[in-house]
Design a protein around this ligand. Structure first.
Ligand code: PMP
Length: 307
């Protein structure tokens, strides 16, 4: 999807023009995937733009950096402020926000130490991901991938690192080559893990099931879905899910910052349930958007207003 350019990008503590936010081609991150990032959305609410779950995203950014021994030269509060300021400075309403921490230019070799740790925050106007508005009633076509998510002792799946997304790209490209909208990856043991950039939930007999931690990114939207599901009175389970359970699920949906709550209409060509968006998916999606867009009271304290 081409960019809807904004005016400014926050770069190491200062705003620079979008087109001037550049790095050297010998930056470490470019060669070895040594970057950590977040994907955050702000929603247009009656009280102005509101960043969804800002603190949780910044916390995951710092935790991801800790695992890869990257010292962010700013405090969490400074990064939170940079995010809010980037939305406000660009006059954005609903938007997608991309904080990125990366190893920059100084020396080149596998060892990342010695390269400066740099930080940017960009934000731009962005619509739906995965699904066009017209397709929302049907859900997306998903296919189980021949590529697996990483084994727990290979890459730290709970960390949102740039390098991990080479795996996501393989998943995503294969799905499109096979005529699907998105991939469902299994873990190294053969159990369902997640999409290339989303977590996954299934509904069976009125209960929600989602894969447990180990080979998945612990999504902030996944966490919101678990909370909303409990609030609405549904039992939730974080468990191992076998591939065939996808085929006999009553309902299935992806969730993530970009994907929000995206119903899955078919898996490997088999319709999910009766092929229409299910009532539990719909109820969760509605409650999610009501809170995110400020239509319902922010009972969980998930919104940070940007202006
Ligand atoms: N899994 C992967 C691999 C992802 O890239 C994402 C998107 N960040 C998610 C799950 C969902 O995470 P979140 O809800 O925090 O956006």
């Amino acid at each position: 999807m081409p960019f809807n350019k904004s005016e400014y990008i926050w770069f190491n503590g200062e705003f620079v023009a979008w087109d001037d936010a550049k790095v050297h081609v010998l930056s470490h991150a470019l060669h070895y995937g040594s970057s950590i990032f977040e994907g955050i959305r702000a929603y247009d609410t009656p009280k102005g733009p509101a960043v969804f779950r800002l603190k949780e995203h910044v916390r995951r950014l710092f935790e991801s950096c800790k695992v890869y021994r990257m010292e962010i030269p700013f405090t969490p509060e400074e990064i939170e402020k940079a995010i809010v300021d980037t939305v406000a400075k660009n006059g954005l309403k609903g938007c997608y926000i991309r904080p990125l921490v990366f190893r920059g230019y100084e020396q080149l070799g596998v060892s990342p130490f010695g390269c400066p740790v740099e930080v940017i925050v960009a934000a731009w106007d962005w619509g739906k991901y995965l699904v066009g508005e017209a397709d929302e009633a049907k859900g997306v076509r998903a296919g189980v991938s021949s590529w697996r998510r990483m084994a727990p002792d290979t890459f730290p799946a709970a960390v949102k690192a740039g390098g991990h997304y080479t795996n996501s790209q393989l998943l995503n490209m294969e799905a499109h080559e096979h005529g699907y909208d998105e991939a469902i990856a299994l873990d190294v043991y053969g159990y369902v893990a997640e999409g290339s950039g989303e977590n996954i939930f299934m509904v069976r007999d009125g209960e929600l099931l989602t894969p447990q931690a180990g080979s998945i990114l612990g999504g902030i939207t996944r966490n919101a879905v678990l909370k909303i599901a409990s609030e609405l009175g549904y039992t939730t389970h974080e468990v191992q899910i076998a591939r065939e359970h996808l085929y006999i699920a009553d309902e299935l949906f992806f969730c993530g910052t970009a994907a929000e709550i995206t119903p899955i209409g078919s898996v490997d060509g088999l319709p999910v349930g009766n092929g229409l968006v299910g009532p539990i998916t719909e109820a969760i999606r509605e409650r999610f958007f009501d809170i995110a867009t400020g239509k319902a009271p922010d009972v969980y304290g998930w919104l940070t207003h940007a202006s």
